[in-house]
Write a protein that binds this ligand. Sequence first.
Ligand code: NAP
Length: 248
Amino acid sequence: MDLQRLEPAPPPLGADHVARGLRLADLAPAERPYVILNMVATADGRATVDGRAGPIGNEADRDLFHHLRTQADAVMAGARTVAIERYGRLVRDPALRDKRREEGLALDPLAVVVSGRLDLPADVPLLADEHSKVVVVTGSEGRLEGCRAQVEYLRGEGATVDLGAALRRLRDEYGVRSVLCEGGPALNAALLRERLVDELFLSLASKLDGGPDALPTVRGLPVDGVVDMDLVWVLRAGSDLFLRYRLR
Ligand SMILES: NC(=O)c1ccc[n+]([C@@H]2O[C@H](COP(=O)([O-])OP(=O)(O)OC[C@H]3O[C@@H](n4cnc5c(N)ncnc54)[C@H](OP(=O)(O)O)[C@@H]3O)[C@@H](O)[C@H]2O)c1
């Protein structure tokens, strides 16, 4: 049996090293991109405090959140997350755009917004950003007016879009081989139900919320059977844990 060294502890790693060279695209199956999910939760599994994710994570979580955006061709989020969290240009820091180039990726990730009804506020900063290219996965026939971002549409049929088909089209039509999904809980459930998630990066904050209105990290129709996962790594910053799982 192998022995694991706990003391003296190995040297600490910055988010830059943790989220570097993940080469997610190389792990993609032939028919769709590799999909990783990144979420932060309280120790009682809540993904929101007072309706937002921000109060949950610590500085290390925010650092890792931004560095993970340097690892994927596309960043995906549900319409409510984009609206409530006021998404803007996905990689604002020029040093992180340089990191993307070193990883062989485009300077800016493709932004993928999932919105069945296309009910997005017009003033979301992402849509107003001239550097951003946005693909809206939607069941609506409508268009978003007054955007300075370059916006294209992947249209499905009906308000509930076939996300597997959308991912296949992202690969075939946009060359997307890796997707970082940032939630929220409703989109997570929809992806999990279709078994479209390959990995979960979960930041577990040393906080309890217990609020009746706080959302869990996954919500919606139940997944067909329990999803088993293998632990890839555990990192620690202060009292918070950073878990990476691979879904079976
Ligand atoms: N802790 C964290 O890490 C974290 C991360 C992200 C978000 N959050 C929090 O989570 C909350 C938002 O999450 P949420 O669960 O309410 O919403 P969400 O998952 O961000 O977005 C839900 C919307 O996505 C669209 N959608 C999802 N699956 C779809 C499908 N298969 N077909 C068509 N459309 C689909 C629908 O848009 P339409 O309504 O247009 O049909 C749906 O209303 C916010 O409070 C945010 O702060 C926390």
